[in-house]
Design a protein around this ligand. Sequence first.
Ligand code: ZN
Length: 116
Amino acid sequence: MDKAIGKNKNTSQAAESIFFCKPVTKHSVEVDHFIPWSFIKDDQIWNFVLACPECNNKKRDKLAQVDFLAKISERNEIMIERDQSNKDSARRIKMIYTWAQKNGYNEIWTPKKMSV
Ligand SMILES: [Zn+2]
């Protein structure tokens, strides 16, 4: 999922500080959908993460391992404090993750280098 960075200021702010394997730089960063886009078919701010191109490319339509679900939930809880309109996002992403698994997203992706 290649998305232009910075097109939406809120999106890049929300996605910042999350990464799968290493800190990303301005020149090598992509916005990834945490829950595969093929499953939720919607661009939701709480579902965006910044990832290096390699992770973005390898993860594709898989779910990331559950440690990262905890990490994105924490990120989203911080986002909630900033923006009340996202107040259900932390709970929602856990629900959707489980829901995706029940719907056949059984392959769990893990980056080569872990950084949870
Ligand atoms: Zn990576």
